[in-house]
Design a protein around this ligand. Structure first.
Ligand SMILES: Cc1cc2nc3c(=O)[nH]c(=O)nc-3n(C[C@H](O)[C@H](O)[C@H](O)COP(=O)(O)OP(=O)(O)OC[C@H]3O[C@@H](n4cnc5c(N)ncnc54)[C@H](O)[C@@H]3O)c2cc1C
Length: 263
């Protein structure tokens, strides 16, 4: 799409900072368009100029709803048009942000339930970072369970953020308890007892490993579930939850889970 056409629906913002977790994983911040509104859990559509054309992609927003800046968590995909450009960018460079926010994976859509399970592979963690920064979610649920599954342990990012969120919740006297379960699928160096789980989310859901690690029982009555990231994981999680009697969240009310595929 040409820059002229895109500029009708997007605002030209600036890259503010890039934090590199590994050579492939980065958190980046942009200025926030004037009047931009979103609900934690939603995604933005961003545009970068590549060879005179705009390449646009969806990115979950990781910042809190009230922040002045927008933050995102990204993986650099080998040969990917958008992320190859993103990887080469410097603070000050332009990033287009579409004026609307998108997506339905928000906690406020659940009207009941005591536990919120947030299942993520890789950068699918992003929306939960935003959701957990909303004090309301710590009041809405008694137990908040983040499950982050990656291949290797260096991809287990945002650990300091989780600690900070726990401390903040304590200071603010927010009632929910946060559990962070982290799992690796391909790290031979992981030892039993070092606090990490081994294996895919779907295997750990099926064999009860997640419930055991959290010390919670998943049930239709108590549990509300989000799953985000790799589409194979998301599809299988949906099947497992259906087998357990859960149904997708409906606009008209009812349902226990909501999901988002990244590709
Ligand atoms: C609703 C939604 C929200 C998204 N939010 C994020 C986000 O917060 N962070 C993020 O990194 N990506 C996110 N994505 C994916 C993102 O939009 C791009 O697809 C990705 O950045 C690659 O773009 P590209 O042009 O570099 O590569 P493309 O040429 O578009 O390559 C796409 C291929 O890269 C792989 N791929 C794409 N995204 C990922 C990923 N996140 N992890 C592992 N492999 C991937 C898949 O094999 C896919 O077929 C989201 C996608 C959707 C639909």
């Amino acid at each position: 799409m040409s820059v002229d056409v895109y500029s009708e629906k997007a605002s030209c913002e600036r890259l503010l900072s890039v934090h590199r977790w590994t050579d492939k994983l980065l958190t980046f911040r942009t200025t926030r368009p004037a009047g931009y509104r979103f609900t934690a859990g939603q995604f933005a559509r961003l545009g970068l100029e590549v060879d005179g054309e705009i390449v646009s992609r969806a990115y979950s927003i990781t910042s809190a709803e009230t922040e002045d800046e927008l933050e995102y968590y990204a993986i650099v995909v080998p040969g990917g048009k958008f992320t190859t450009r993103l990887d080469a960018m410097q603070p000050g460079d332009p990033v287009w942000v579409e004026k609307l926010s998108y997506g339905f994976m928000t906690a406020d859509r659940f009207t009941d339930g005591k536990q919120l399970w947030m299942l993520a592979t890789g950068t699918g963690l992003g929306p939960y970072i935003s959701i957990l920064q909303q004090p309301e979610v710590w009041q809405q649920f008694e137990q908040l369970v983040v499950v982050h599954c990656v291949r290797h342990r260096e991809e287990l990012t945002y650990a300091d953020k989780f600690e900070a969120l726990r401390r903040q919740a304590q200071v603010q006297n927010l009632p929910a308890r946060l559990h962070v379960l982290r799992s690796v699928t391909r790290d031979d160096a992981v030892q039993a007892g070092d606090g990490l789980l081994l294996g895919r989310i779907t295997a750990l859901l099926r064999d009860g490993g997640l419930e055991k690690a959290a010390g919670l029982e998943m049930s239709v009555e108590a549990s509300r579930v989000m799953a985000c990231g790799n589409p194979e994981m998301v599809t299988e999680v949906r099947d497992i939850l259906r087998e357990r009697g859960m149904t997708p969240l409906r606009r008209t009310g009812g349902g226990q889970f909501v999901t988002e595929d990244y590709w």
